[in-house]
Write a protein that binds this ligand. Structure first.
Ligand code: PMP
Length: 395
């Protein structure tokens, strides 16, 4: 056997780029005294009653497989939640799958719908997984760039300009990672017209739905004519502070869900049984805690946006998620240089905007899902750093 194994690898796998976020995590982890604004996860521990319900389920011996789609009891809670919170109705028996995080939901969606060469529009700046997951499923990701002038919201015109005869679907993510921008119901109604006109499917990543601060969240399948063409992706990671549980769900038209279920059953079998009992508790009894976490993020968002603007980094007010995406153009540095030098000079980890797509260049992503005292210290250090680059605070 040869020692060089590269020639065994699939071309698609070989061409995958490592995530640009990882590089900064690894670097920051090797240093002491670093404040990380890099990670995209809640700083809260999962509410206790969810953990307790899971412990109880282990004590009761729930250690077997569940139905492939997940416990029916959990699917019923999910459909109830989607109906009461967002006004979309699904049948728990055949329109919902409990997945291994939203991540697996997105993967299943692309695997189920894409043929070789099918194009998927990805609104950028975008979460780093979308493009690679489209490619792994044999499709071609096509970036649609947004700009800060429009609050990083995609317009129907931008979507229309990117559509070709090969376009099969569009990935929408609102509230957005990394920009935090939110599409309002009004925005989505206009976008939906183009999507219907060109007969596209939508993969709607609604993982930050619970973290909407100013406007009411609008779920894509709730819009006229969108239900039958949308695969809704959501999960417990962000709103319920359950990232490590790896639990999410998808919902959609039965014809699509039944195919995704076949793939899920062969690749994954089912989500972990005992954790699904925790998820039932999450949806039944922890809504007050979800609201308290949301309110805490909102306070931190307001503080961070105001402070960044005062120090001279232009930052739009994001409507949701837990990221700010300030412009670092005033420093004259590229986003990679900024992130690298900030880490070395001041020991603050942020993510350079270019890792989220070309239109992210000139920006950095900072997560504010960290304690107020850490945020205060990190912002002091960022201010000292940009002053060293000649940026003046606003009077
Ligand atoms: N979508 C977006 C936009 C995300 O930011 C993340 C997590 N960073 C995910 C999906 C994946 O979430 P999960 O933990 O549910 O797999």
């Amino acid at each position: 056997m040869k020692h060089e194994l590269g020639h065994y690898l699939s071309q698609t796998a070989k061409e995958l780029q490592p995530s640009g976020i990882r590089k900064f995590f690894d670097l920051a982890a090797s240093m002491e005294g670093v404040i990380s604004l890099g990670v995209g996860e809640p700083d809260f521990t999962t509410p206790w009653s969810i953990r307790e319900a899971t412990i109880l389920s282990l004590e009761q011996g729930y250690t077997s497989y569940t139905a492939n789609a997940g416990l029916l009891e959990l699917r019923e809670e999910i459909t109830n939640y989607l109906n009461t919170r967002f006004g979309v109705q699904y049948n728990p028996k055949n329109q919902v799958i409990v997945t291994i995080g939203a991540s697996q939901g997105i993967d299943l969606a692309f695997r189920a719908i894409l043929n070789q060469g099918d194009e998927v529009l990805i609104v950028e700046p975008a979460f780093v997984s979308y493009g690679p997951l489209v490619a792994i499923a044999g499709g071609t990701p096509v970036p649609v760039s947004t700009s800060p002038e429009n609050g990083f919201k995609v317009t129907p015109e931008q979507i229309e300009a990117a559509i070709t005869p090969k376009t099969k679907a569009i990935l929408l993510c609102s509230p957005n990672n990394p920009t935090g921008s939110m599409l309002t119901k009004k925005d989505l109604i206009e976008i939906a017209k183009v999507i219907r006109k060109h007969d596209l499917l939508v993969v709607s990543d609604e993982i930050y739905a619970e973290l909407s601060y100013d406007e009411e969240f609008c779920s894509v399948p709730a819009l006229e004519g969108m239900y039958e063409r949308t695969i809704l992706i959501n999960g417990f990671s962000k709103g319920f502070a359950m990232t490590g549980w790896r639990l999410g769900f998808l919902a959609g038209p039965e014809e699509l869900v039944s195919v995704m279920l076949k793939i899920h059953q062969y690749t994954t079998m089912c989500a972990p049984h005992m954790l699904q009992h925790g998820a039932i508790e999450a949806l039944r009894n922890t809504y007050d805690e979800v609201i308290a976490m949301r309110n805490s993020y909102r306070r931190r968002r307001n503080y961070v946006v105001q402070t960044l603007n005062q120090m001279g980094l232009d930052c739009h007010m994001p409507g949701g998620a837990f990221y700010v995406f300030p412009s670092i153009r005033a420093t004259g540095l590229s986003s990679e240089q900024f992130a690298e030098e900030l880490l070395m000079q001041e020991k603050v980890a942020v993510v350079p905007g270019h890792v989220f797509g070309e239109s992210g260049e000139g920006y950095i992503r900072c997560s504010y899902a960290t304690s107020m005292s850490q945020l205060q210290e990190a912002l002091k250090r960022i201010q000292r750093f940009i002053e060293s680059k000649g940026v003046q605070a606003k009077p």
